[in-house]
Ligand binder design. Structure first.
Ligand code: ASP
Length: 336
């Protein structure tokens, strides 16, 4: 029988009402007791790593989570991480960079409604997560939610209230779960070697463009941050107003060797800076990268991971465009 470690971190799944609103209060063992049926296919041990609303997740929490999985990696066949839904996609992406080449399933799950409520999605999600964590043909980091197994670098929370909260962005789901059975949709061909990373650089800023934005903000941000992600419009481009030029304002970043990544506010199909003049001009600046179909969660956490590995611009570029855990399609890698 498969041995699974359940690591609880909090979230709605573990919440109860308090005088100040819902807060995580249930412990890992209490959650596990709600899904007795899983004893038929796996043996579970529990570990309460933290008990927080995932709004309070931080880089430090991600490092603790990855370190906890590293410490117990050899003793278990798979891992289930219970987590709030609000930042679960960021945590899944961060773990995909901090734990590369895992041959074991690492399944994140949570719920939109607390586990003690009658109409909760928590029991099904938890049961499904254990089912997936006990399936050795699903190696790596995934989110299991509403019957879907979504690649950790491709998940996005799309709904604040409905049970089908998560979608897989521009990448097929790895599997579906129906009545306790797994239907595999994707075979993972990528086999790297197992590597845990223990550092992140949290100095990454995301700037969402609005029409008419003053580029004077760009040099100011460069004083505090090591990487900038610009959520641009459509397939991507940077504005050039009469006297206000984003490209010259970005020089502080590019001269300092700090990466600037252009992505899009549009949820699907990613960037392509090669289409319009406003995009091509930006793409020609050294140090400017583009996200293609990488999600914002993946872009941000990949930068945090790679900036902790290197500060060298060529290496930053190489690592950014190296596909990891299906974050980037192979044909999107630019030729050098
Ligand atoms: N605020 C909660 C959290 O992210 C929401 C949830 O879990 O659904 O922890």
């Amino acid at each position: 029988m498969k041995r699974i470690l359940m690591i609880a971190t909090g979230g709605t799944i573990a919440s109860r009402p308090s005088a100040n609103g819902l807060t995580p209060q249930l412990g890992a063992a209490e959650l596990l007791a709600m899904v007795p049926g899983i004893a038929a296919f796996c043996r579970v041990e529990t570990l309460q790593l933290m008990n927080i609303d995932s709004t309070n997740m931080s880089q430090d929490c991600w490092l603790r989570l990855a370190a906890c999985i590293e410490e117990h990696y050899a003793q278990y066949d798979g891992f289930v991480v219970t987590h709030g839904t609000d930042t679960m996609a960021y945590t899944a992406a961060a773990l995909s960079y901090l734990i590369q080449g895992s041959t074991k399933p690492i399944m994140l799950t949570g719920s939109q409604r607390s586990i003690w409520l009658q109409d909760t999605d928590a029991r099904m999600n938890l049961q499904d997560a254990f089912r997936a964590a006990a399936d050795s043909s699903l190696p790596g980091v995934f989110i299991v939610f509403d019957g879907k197994v979504i690649c950790g670098t491709r998940a996005r929370k799309m709904r604040t209230k409905s049970m089908n909260a998560f979608s897989s962005i521009d990448w097929p789901e790895a599997a579906l779960l129906r009545e306790g059975r797994i239907l595999h949709l994707m075979k993972d061909e990528e086999k790297g070697h197992l590597q845990f990373y223990r550092k992140l650089n949290k100095n990454v800023f995301v700037l969402r463009l609005i029409p008419g934005m003053d580029p004077a903000i760009l040099p100011k941000l460069a004083c505090h941050y090591d990487a900038l992600v610009i959520e641009s419009f459509g397939v991507g481009g940077l504005p050039c107003y009469e006297n206000e030029n984003f490209l010259s304002a970005l020089k502080v970043w590019t001269d300092a060797g700090k990466p600037v990544v252009i992505t899009t506010q549009v949820p699907h199909e990613g960037s392509d800076l090669g289409v319009y003049e406003v995009g091509l001009r930006a793409a020609e600046l050294p140090g400017v990268l583009q996200a293609y179909t990488m999600t914002i969660e993946a872009v941000v956490t990949k930068l945090m991971w790679l900036l902790a590995c290197t500060g060298e611009p060529d290496e930053i570029r190489r690592l950014f465009y190296q596909p990891i855990a299906h974050d980037l399609l192979r044909f999107e890698e630019p030729e050098n």
